[in-house]
Write a protein that binds this ligand. Structure first.
Ligand code: C2E
Ligand code: CA
Ligand code: CA
Length: 685
């Protein structure tokens, strides 16, 4: 199973210590046997003994042993019979039967000789400890139906002796696991105890019952195999369930949880190795996002899309080597690569992943190109846990896209996430996840038609009052959110709220459209278009009443995907405005290529219109250019009457700014509109 691949690929934490430990256990066991076997046997062994011995050996065959590939330590059911032998006939017969069972299991399960030797030793020592305690608490007693049923052998003592066996056994095994695979010893021991308590506890505690049964009628003993078989089925099912919870059902890769666990297992081990001076102590998280997957899905259908993902999963797995490949959802994959020398090697791995996708995928005879972008974050330089690494790999991936590249290693300079901003982000996420959206509000700022003075549009602007910090600057907030997955939640919330508001206003705001600002990230997938289409349908709000404002930087990041989303929005009937016009680089090109309805002249030019001749010249030519291309022109940042008059002269269509109104909450806006209507009516009367 892939889950364990990461663990097994790890070199033994300390091979020589592990070998020494196994050797010590084996030698100690041989010593114990030499001392206690001679003279340890009763003069005669009844049918019950032979019956237990036969079943002990039968019980350690694959019919009863769950030795799935997911299993680090299979539980061997023979112990219920051998423990019964110990209670009834003493240490020596019990341990001999157990050794027989271990030998049979080793053959069945093809265990290496050292492993069989260790298992034998571990059982000998567990039985030796339990038998010694047994002799102390119940001197010269042997269990039979009378001692058990008459209370001559209190069950409490049997439980104590069983507990001793269980503790010693787990101590020996988890120390071996710890020496081989690493981790923190107390944690390994605790996990082993927890996992083993129920199955082995149940086996040990069934021993007194077996003894009693055997004395009533030996022929009843085989009935004990039925519960054993049931226990095996149950452990198998629960293993399957546990595995399914860590798997992506479509591709069979690990899911987010599996990756998280792989990192969580590796990190503490690394801390120790680093102390030991090992140099393979870096782990990389590679985050890969496919290009153009959405289009494949839309054009060729989800079935083809699924097959593409399966093919990609296969190629990534092939290229991952010792890495663990997982799918985070949609077309996002991640790879955890352990034991790296340095960041350079992580980068090479990432390049290898991209190379694996270079060949087009052939689906139904159709070659499909599946490039992608990879962001790389390396432990410990770029993060101390899975969450942090993922977040930084995400930042790196967007960096790559923004540069028009397909690979980037996380560079802290390009990350704007100071600890303060990260905590702000976490608070915002919490606010968004709470149903009432604590403190998140939209204000609306009117847009006025210069020719008539009528209010024809509103821009929705985010306001967030942080419970402790108070109002947060929206520009600052967007800058932080834009680099994270919180942006998606935020935009979807804003879209919902604006459309609900439009539905609620109804005729009161008839003919007025509302513009929503969207950021770079929102346009990378078609999700926003899906959401808008669904909400418009549900609320019966006309699509012409909604508008989206995008900036040029949104286009630079990933023009192909953004264009696909914009084209869909246009088909829906939602107008697109180019915001902050004049501040980007390639304005002319965008004006021609994009499905735009409107440009908004950036307020930095409009603010200087009345005082700076250069600004005035720029604003006038922008207006001319936009009008020549048949686009509506909005001037933002109109703060005074003089600017307003100059814009009227220059032939600008709409204006927005403090001269008319500041952004307002909905209730205040309705009052403002009513007042304004009254005064316009009064003027014209
Ligand atoms: P923007 O899209 O350019 O929004 C216009 C900004 O100009 C608003 O700032 C508005 O309050 C301000 N403004 C309006 N009239 C005047 C004026 O006469 N003079 C001056 N000096 N400023 C004026 P705000 O609300 O602080 O928003 C800042 C930026 O934050 C916005 O710039 C936009 O980029 C971003 N933003 C705000 N709300 C959202 C949102 O819901 N989603 C996204 N993605 N971005 C948003
Ligand atoms: Ca805007
Ligand atoms: Ca703007």
């Amino acid at each position: 199973m892939k889950q364990s691949a990461l663990r097994n690929s790890a070199p033994p934490r300390n091979a020589s210590r592990f070998v020494a430990y196994v050797a010590t256990i084996t030698v100690a066991a041989v010593g114990v046997l030499l001392v206690s076997l001679p003279g340890g046997f009763p003069s005669s062994l009844p049918a019950a003994f032979w019956c237990f011995a036969a079943f002990a050996i039968l019980a350690d065959t694959p019919w009863f042993v769950q030795a799935g590939p997911d299993d680090v330590m299979p539980a061997f059911p023979s112990v219920c019979f051998t423990f019964a032998v110990m209670l009834a006939f003493g240490f020596a017969p019990a341990v001999l039967v157990q050794l027989g069972a271990v030998a049979v299991a080793a053959v069945w399960l093809k265990h290496a000789a050292w492993r069989a030797a260790f298992n034998a030793g571990q059982y000998v020592l567990s039985f030796a400890a339990a038998a010694a305690l047994f002799d102390v608490v119940l001197p010269d007693q042997r269990a039979d139906v009378h001692t058990i049923l008459d209370g001559g052998m209190p069950v409490l003592w049997i439980v104590v002796v069983g507990g001793c066996w269980f503790l010693v056994n787990n101590l020996l095994v988890s120390t071996a696991v710890w020496l081989r695979f690493g981790g923190r010893w107390p944690a390994v021991f605790k996990t082993a105890l927890g996992n083993d308590a129920l199955p082995t506890g149940a086996l040990l505690l069934s021993a007194p019952g077996l003894v009693a049964t055997a004395y009533v009628d030996v022929l009843l003993v085989p009935l004990a195999l039925v519960p054993l078989f049931a226990v095996r089925r149950m452990t198998k099912l629960s293993l399957q369930r546990a595995r399914a919870a860590r798997l992506d059902p479509l591709t069979g890769l690990g899911n987010r949880k599996a990756l998280e666990r792989a990192v969580a297992n590796w990190v503490p081990e690394h801390a120790e190795r680093a102390e030991g001076g090992a140099d393979d102590r870096r782990l990389a998280l590679l985050l890969l996002d496919l290009d153009g997957f959405k289009q494949v899905n839309e054009a060729l259908g989800h079935r083809v899309g699924d097959r593409l993902l399966e093919e990609v999963a296969g190629r990534l797995t092939g290229a991952a080597g010792a890495g663990l490949v997982g799918r985070l959802g949609g077309d996002e994959f991640a790879v955890v690569v352990p034991h790296l020398r340095d960041t350079l090697q992580a980068r090479e791995h990432a390049a290898g992943m991209l190379a694996a996708l270079a060949e087009p995928v052939l689906l139904d005879g159709l070659p499909i190109d599946v490039g992608g972008s990879v962001g790389v974050a390396v432990y410990p330089e770029h993060g101390g846990d899975f969450e942090e690494l993922l977040q930084h790999a995400d930042v790196a991936m967007y960096d790559a896209k923004a540069r028009g590249d397909n690979l980037a290693v996380y560079a802290p300079e390009s990350d704007h996430n100071t600890p303060e901003r990260l905590s702000l982000l976490a608070d915002l996420r919490r606010a968004l996840e709470s149903p009432e959206g604590t403190g998140i509000e939209l204000y609306y700022q009117p847009q006025v038609e210069l020719a008539t003075g009528a209010v024809v549009g509103l821009e929705a602007l985010l306001r967030w009052r942080h419970p402790v910090r108070g109002p947060v600057d929206p520009e600052e907030l967007i800058k932080v959110a834009e680099h994270s997955s919180v942006m998606r939640l935020l935009t979807l919330r804003i879209v919902d709220e604006v459309i609900n508001q439009l539905a609620a206003w109804g005729p009161a705001a008839d003919g007025v459209r509302v513009a929503v600002n969207v950021s770079v990230r929102d346009l990378h997938t078609g999700e926003i278009a899906d959401r808008i289409a669904a909400r418009l349908r549900e609320t019966a709000v006309d699509s012409s009443r909604l508008e989206l404002e995008i900036t040029e930087s949104a286009l630079m990041a990933d023009p192909r995907r953004v264009l696909a989303t914009l084209a869909r929005l246009e088909r829906l009937g939602v107008a697109i405005a180019l915001d902050d016009f004049g501040t980007g680089y390639s304005s002319m090109l965008h004006l021609r290529r994009l499905p735009l309805a409107e440009v908004k002249i950036d307020r930095s030019f409009v603010l200087g219109l009345a005082t700076d001749p250069d600004d005035a010249a720029i604003v006038r030519s922008m207006i001319d250019l936009a009008r020549a291309l048949g686009l509506r022109v909005v001037a933002e940042g109109v703060e005074n009457e003089r600017t307003w008059r100059l814009l009227v002269e220059a032939g600008c269509d709409l204006a927005q700014g403090w001269y008319f109104a500041r952004p307002m909450p909905p209730a205040q806006l309705i009052e403002w509109l009513a007042r304004r209507n009254r005064s316009t009516v009064a003027h014209s009367a």
